[in-house]
Design a protein around this ligand. Structure first.
Ligand SMILES: Nc1ncnc2c1ncn2[C@@H]1O[C@H](COP(=O)(O)OP(=O)(O)OP(=O)(O)O)[C@@H](O)[C@H]1O
Length: 337
């Protein structure tokens, strides 16, 4: 399935008639739901639900600042692929993330969950369809302001060749000199004692440079952390941004041992209370308490609802849950830990 040909060309030509200064002033003072004239000229034409609408093309706009999230984030018929001719990754998804709620995304490998995260952070725009923040189209918003309101633990998080302090404080630079915030974030993921036992504590370099044999015991040359310890650094970096409006956790426990994973999911559950968050995890016991679980096989939303509702429906989610639970059973029927 492909968008209709010529969508881009016609959208671009329609966008070329620029609004007058007086009209632009009127739109800026419009207090209703934001819908810019340029977004109308770029809007997509949805004909049949089974095929993607025409691709939207970027039009020049005056980017808007981003206010604290009040209502929620809405996706409307979002289609996405990584390039023309590439397979569709998202095929008309339209979940809503209400403010103050946790929405979990569940699906098999390659279902498009992390791709959805890249759209939520606006690293990419949808090929067609739209995302909105309290009704404002993402494409009308300042990308830096939007990202300033989002804290994300990425599945492929970064490991910087910097000190422990810097690696965590990159989440929120003023915390670089604020030891209480740094230690609170590190403590929340049980990393504080690991860091304080390093040769230079929070100022230990988290990389290892071997210049010659004598450098082996030199604390200046830094240390190497395990994969799970790095994962805690990445989560601590995100927790530091606890004033953000949206927290996205993409497989936050994937590199952790069973005990640490259980503990961190427990801690994240507490931190998510009353906050807007998106949680991705293959560990279904970690997502069962989400307000809504969106099941996304092969880029389409096939089910959404609470754990209880989806289990009662006996569909895709229930099947995955039973498969996973079965792996933990011996003779007795137990839910996954
Ligand atoms: N940068 C990219 N360029 C091209 N294709 C990509 C890119 N990133 C992901 N893909 C493709 O998009 C599809 C969805 O990938 P995505 O990472 O969103 O899935 P996922 O549901 O998060 O999977 P997993 O559970 O394995 O993390 C896959 O087929 C993948 O190969």
């Amino acid at each position: 399935m492909r968008p209709a040909r010529g969508g881009r060309a016609s959208a671009t030509s329609r966008c070329s008639s620029r609004p007058s200064p007086a009209a632009r002033r009127r739109w800026r003072t419009w207090s209703g739901p934001w819908r810019s004239p340029t977004s109308r000229c770029c809007s997509t034409t949805t004909t049949a639900r089974s095929s993607p609408p025409r691709p939207t093309s970027p039009c020049p706009r005056v980017p808007l600042d981003v206010s604290p999230l009040r209502a929620g984030i809405e996706l409307r018929d979002v289609w996405f692929r990584y390039g023309p001719g590439k397979p569709w990754v998202l095929r008309g998804v339209d979940p809503t993330i209400p403010a103050g709620h946790t929405v979990a995304l569940v699906g098999l490998n390659g279902a498009g969950k992390s791709t959805l995260v890249t759209l939520l952070c606006r690293f990419c725009d949808p090929t067609s369809g739209s995302l909105s923040w309290d009704g404002a189209d993402y494409r009308d918003l300042r990308a830096d302001a939007l990202r300033g309101r989002i804290a994300t633990v990425f599945q492929d998080f970064m490991r910087y060749e910097l000190t422990a302090r810097e690696n965590i404080a990159l989440g929120d630079l003023p915390a670089m000199e604020d030891s209480s915030r740094l230690t609170a974030a590190a403590g929340a993921v049980r990393l504080h004692h690991t860091i304080t036992s390093l040769p230079k504590g929070y100022d230990t370099l988290l990389t290892r440079t071997f210049l010659d044999q004598q450098d082996d015991d030199d604390p200046e040359t830094g240390v190497l952390l395990s994969g799970g310890q790095w994962q805690r650094v990445a989560i601590a970096r995100t927790l530091l941004r606890n004033r953000c409006d949206l927290m996205i956790l993409d497989e936050p426990g994937s590199g952790l041992d069973a005990e640490a994973e259980h503990e961190i999911h427990q801690r994240l559950r507490e931190l998510r209370q009353g906050r807007t968050s998106v949680l991705i995890s293959h560990r279904l016991s970690a997502v069962r308490e989400a307000d809504a679980i969106v099941v996304l096989p092969q880029g389409r939303v096939v089910e959404q609802g609470s754990h209880d509702a989806l289990m009662a429906a006996g569909g895709h989610y229930a099947r995955l849950f039973h498969i996973q639970a079965g792996g933990y059973r011996s003779d007795t029927a137990e839910a996954p830990a």
